[in-house]
Design a protein around this ligand. Sequence first.
Ligand SMILES: Nc1ncnc2c1ncn2[C@@H]1O[C@H](COP(=O)(O)OP(=O)(O)OP(=O)(O)O)[C@@H](O)[C@H]1O
Ligand SMILES: O=C(O)c1ccc[n+]([C@@H]2O[C@H](COP(=O)([O-])O)[C@@H](O)[C@H]2O)c1
Length: 190
Amino acid sequence: MKIGLFFGSFNPIHVGHLIIANSMANHTDLEQVWFVVSPQNPFKKNNSLLHEFDRFTMVERAIAENFKLKATDIEFNLPKPSYTIDTLVVLAEKYPQHEFVLIMGEDNLVQFENWKNYQQILDYYALYVYPRPNTAPHNFKNHPKVKFVEAPLLDISATFIRKLLQENKSIKYLVTEPVEDYIKIKNFYR
Ligand SMILES: Nc1ncnc2c1ncn2[C@@H]1O[C@H](COP(=O)(O)OP(=O)(O)OP(=O)(O)O)[C@@H](O)[C@H]1O
Ligand SMILES: O=C(O)c1ccc[n+]([C@@H]2O[C@H](COP(=O)([O-])O)[C@@H](O)[C@H]2O)c1
């Protein structure tokens, strides 16, 4: 099966993530999209980062009834911070029957040359890149392994959602109802 891997902290997962994953799973040659929940992004220091189990639970709740979307906790047992190349090696060993590609926002390409072994990632994997608002210039416009895919632009971030919660404001429609309920019950990000 051809599977797109969507890596992120998902702190929390929001409709921006879901719309991208769903359009990749339905408008490209990908059969499934897997959310790879990263315990610790190498580039991000975040005091309000919830435990990976809680972020994973929210991803599972968000995608529950969509059979094309899955969540994986494969990075939970790998060294931290979470380097994507290390995860790809483990996934390839564990699932030799699948073909994996990486899904990323165009903004990630700006920093991509600073990722661990990014050349090796490009040697073995295609990148399916969707547009992001105000992306700075990068060197991958014509790279043979980089495919640009049309997808809706939603200017929503997990940072904005956490800020609303801290200010005791509603996050309705920015996350799915099961995620909103879970955040409320657990009193997260207050
Ligand atoms: N609104 C959005 N539309 C499309 N892609 C998004 C959106 N928000 C985040 N992404 C992308 O999804 C991936 C995972 O995102 P991440 O979990 O870091 O969420 P985030 O909303 O950017 O978080 P934070 O605000 O905490 O930095 C990243 O590649 C990120 O660029
Ligand atoms: O492998 C790397 O060097 C690397 C550098 C930066 C980010 N990543 C991964 O990219 C994913 C999305 O990153 P971000 O910045 O949107 O949170 C997340 O899973 C990170 O672990 C990976």
